[in-house]
Design a protein around this ligand. Sequence first.
Ligand code: UDH
Ligand code: NGS
Length: 421
Amino acid sequence: AVAMVSFQSKWRYLFMFLGIQLVVMALLSREGYQKRVTYFIRIFRKPDASVFSGRNHSAAGLSGGDVYANLSRLSKNHIHADEMPYCPKTSPLIGGPIHVSFPSGLTLAQVQRKNPLVVRGGRYRPPDCEARHRTAIIIPHRHREHHLKFLLYYLHPFLQRQQLSYGIYIIHQAGNYTFNRAKLMNVGFREAMREEDWDCLFFHDVDLIPEDDRNTYVCDANPKHAAIAMDKFGYKLPYKMYFGGVSALTPLHYLKMNGFPNNYWGWGGEDDDIGVRVSLAGMYISRPSLKVGRYKMIKHKLDKGNDVNPKRFNMLAKTRQTWKLDGMNTAEYEIISRQYLPLYTNITVFIGTEAGLHAIPPPPKAAVKAEAKPAAEAPANVQEKGIFRVVETPGLLKTELTALHVGSLMFFHRSHSKERL
Ligand code: UDH
Ligand code: NGS
C-alpha cells in the first residue's frame, strides 16, 4: 500500500508539473502577457543604460534591438566606385523592432562619435555598395533642440541599417512669428532638390522616433504616410485620412499636388490639407503595415508660437478650390543661412507672416484675380530651375472627399481633444 501511495503521488507531481508548464506556455504566447513581462523587466533594468552600451538587444527580443547593433562592422574605407556592386534589395543590416528610450545627458558630440561615416551636412552613403535609393529627410524646426538630438541619435543608424544614401535637412523657422510647418516643408523640398537629385523626400516631425527598421525610408508609387502607428494613438491610425507626423513623396508626387499649403499658420489642419491634396491630384495614400510603421513620440506640450489655428476647419473645407493657387508655386521665403553641420544641414529661413513675406499691404482685388487665374489653369506645371518639370495634369478627382473629411476630423477632435476646440 505504501508503494502504491508513493507511485500515485509521483504521477500527481508529474501532472502538476506538466500542467504548470502548459499554463506558462499559454500565458507567454499572449501579447498582453509579453507586454507585462517587458514592463517588469524595464523596472528592474538600470534606466536607459542600454542606449549607450552599444550591446545588441535584439537577443533580449521583447523591447527591440539596439539601433547601433552591427553598424560598427561597416568598413570605414569606401570601396572604389567602379567596383561597387548595388546594395541588395533588402538590407542584411535590418533587424526589425528597435529599442527607443530618451536618456538625459545625451549630447550631439556623442551622436557624432557613434556615426563616424556621416559626413558634413548630415550626408551618408553605404561604404561597401551603391545605394539603390537617395532619400532626403526634411525636418521642420524651431526651439526643439532637445528633440532633435534624440531624433538624430536614432535616425542616422536607422537609415544606415537600410543602406540608403541620405541627407538630413533641418528647416529652421527664423523669428518668433507663428509657426508654419507646411510652408517649412515647401522650403525644405526646394532647397534639398537644389542640392541633389533626391528620389524620395521624407517630411518628418522632430519628435517622432521610428521603432522598426523594416519601415524603410524609400518612396512608393503613391505618396506614403509612414507614421501610421504612434504610441500616443495606441499604435493605431487615429482616423482614416490622417497624414501627419511622417510622410514620403517623390519629387513628382510633390509637384503633382502643388506641394504643401503655405497658409496654415499655427497648429492643426495642414497635414489634413496635404492628405486631401494627394487625393485631389489623383493619387492614393500608401502606408506600411501597422506592425512596421510604429513611432514613439517624445512627449511635449503645444509650443509657444504655435497656437491652435482657429481657421483650420474653414480652410480645409476649401482645399479643393485653393490647392492649385497656394502651394509650391507660391512659396515665398528668404534663406537666412545654410550651415553644413556634422550631423545635418541647417537651413534657417524667413517665411514672413500671414500678411505676406514683408507685410506689404495686399494688392487691390482685381490684381489678385488677374494673377491667380493662370495659376488656376496650369498649376501642376511648376517649373523650377529646369529640374522640376511636371507635364502631367492631375487626373480626374476620385472622391467628393473634402466635406466628408472635415466632418470626420471634427468628430475626432470632439472625442479626443476637447481642450483644443
Ligand atoms: N515644430 C517645431 N517647433 C515648434 C512647433 C512645431 O519644431 O514650435 C515642428 C516639430 O518638428 C514638430 C512639428 O513641427 O514635431 C509638429 O508640431 P507639434 O509637435 O507641435 O505637433 P503635434 O501635433 O503635437 O505632433 C502637438 C502636441 C499638442 C499636445 C496637446 C495636448 N493635448
Ligand atoms: C487632427 C488635426 C491634425 C492633427 C491630428 C492629430 O484633428 O492636424 O488631429 O493631432 N486636424 C485638425 O485640427 C483639422 S494630435 O493628436 O497629434 O495632437 O495632426
